[in-house]
Design a binder for this molecule. Structure first.
Ligand SMILES: [Zn+2]
Length: 434
């Protein structure tokens, strides 16, 4: 009996200690730093490598030459919302609660769309904000409804057509009034000029059938990226924050839609005319991403660290019986990462980096301890010796605020939005849901 009471007392004390740890901002030597975290969905080394060898992608090449890079190990299941949330939290999906695009209905993926309130773990922007750093987040997946941060947050839902749904934008930004300031920068597919589309094709934009649906898919990719790039660059210039995190989805989209044209024979057959017209879309899209990377790099001063990361790579349709599996089956478990700039070593290949290592590494770069309940490691091989000797890698039990009854504070009811139909249509067009 006595032993049991003692055990409970110890458990209670441990809980109280954990609460004190998790609720008190951590005292650390503040590190002066700006960071640019560029998330590019689906970057594939097998596409980038040959392009760089032939002298293309000068900005990516520069980061690799002068920074620390590697083929990035992703998670077991390759649904982007769960991986981007793992990048932001340093935790596996079982802990952070974002387990795909939608709640599952049996084995089918088409349930309710998973929204930010399902997230059960603190993000980098939460942790940095609570520890006095300012943050800016642009269109990161699963950030709607926009939650308060120490800076600004533009949720991924800003890109959808609320007007067509007959509604004003709701909870798409923090602070809420930011929405009206940047709404005019949202580019819709129909706004993308033919000239811009033609830049990705080998030939003119076909005016109608049979290729108009394929051109529409390309227009969609361009419009969403132009939205996140324009908002990301404008916010980074006009409202600089300690951490600026921008997510871009277009490369993943063009890989889904145009892989079979670039690599004929890897999926369902396409006509010679399609191979000719669309065969360079992917590479030209990488060229375009490199150009935009250059625009972001112009904002990096000597106090800036840049991280460019994907969530997974791409490897084309997978043979399945008489046909091919597309959608998530096209995602490859190996993506790409590069770290560059202040306190990063140059010309170094990383040792088996994982998407889970990004959050612990970023915390360390800000002089903040890494939480023991995170699932990755600090990519110490990317950090220069001077930084490491001045800032030891510290640990804290957790950054989560656990309430006394042990429950988390997130609600797990789906929040429907007026743009759910558009979201599901986009997920269907990529083969993510049925
Ligand atoms: Zn994808």
């Amino acid at each position: 009996m006595r032993a049991r009471t003692g055990f409970i007392a110890v458990a209670v004390l441990a809980t109280v200690a954990a609460l004190v740890v998790s609720c008190t901002p951590v005292a650390t030597e503040p590190v002066e730093r700006k960071m640019l975290l560029l998330g590019i969905d689906g970057l594939e080394w097998d596409v980038m490598g040959p392009m760089m060898e032939s002298g293309r992608l000068p900005n990516f090449s520069r980061l690799i030459d002068e920074g620390a890079w590697g083929e990035l190990r992703s998670l077991e299941f390759l649904e982007s919302p769960m991986i981007w949330t793992s990048i932001a939290t340093g935790k596996v999906p079982e802990k952070h609660g974002i387990t795909g695009f939608t709640t599952k209905v049996g084995s089918r993926r088409e349930g309710a769309i998973l929204t930010a309130n399902f997230r059960e773990a603190r993000t980098l922007w939460d942790i940095l904000g609570e520890n006095g750093r300012t943050v800016g987040v642009v269109m990161w997946l699963v950030t709607w409804p926009a939650e308060p941060v120490n800076g600004y947050l533009v949720s991924d839902y800003i890109k959808f057509d609320w007007k067509q749904a007959g509604r004003e934008q709701e909870a798409t930004t923090y602070p809420p009034e930011l929405a009206s300031e940047i709404m005019g920068m949202v580019v819709r597919a129909d706004d993308v000029a033919d000239e811009r589309v033609a830049g990705f094709l080998t030939g003119d934009v076909p005016p109608g059938p049979p290729f108009d649906a394929r051109v529409k898919a390309l227009r969609n990719c361009i419009s969403v990226d132009e939205t996140s790039r324009a908002i990301g660059l404008r916010m980074a210039r006009s409202r600089p924050t300690d951490l600026t995190a921008v997510y871009m989805s277009g490369i993943d989209g063009v890989c889904h839609h145009f892989w079979v044209d670039a690599f004929p024979g890897t999926g369902a057959p396409v006509s010679d005319r399609e191979t000719e017209l669309f065969g360079e879309v992917i590479e030209r899209y990488y060229d375009d991403a490199d150009r935009v990377l250059g625009e972001f790099l112009e904002l990096a001063d000597e106090n800036t660290t840049v991280i460019v990361t994907s969530d997974h790579g791409h490897s084309g349709p997978k043979p399945r019986g008489d046909s091919y599996a597309i959608g998530i089956a096209m995602h490859d478990p190996t993506g790409f990462i590069v770290l560059w700039g202040k306190d990063i070593v140059g010309g170094r290949e990383l040792d088996d980096p994982s998407v889970l290592d990004i959050a612990p590494t970023i915390l360390t770069l800000y002089g903040l301890p890494v939480a023991e309940d995170m699932d990755g490691r600090v990519l110490t091989e990317s950090l220069d010796a001077g930084f490491l000797s001045a800032h030891e890698v510290a640990a804290v039990a957790t950054y989560e605020a656990v309430s006394p009854d042990g429950s988390d504070d997130g609600s797990e009811e789906p929040i429907e939005s007026p743009v759910d139909d558009e979201i599901k249509e986009r997920l269907r067009s990529l083969g993510y849901i049925e």
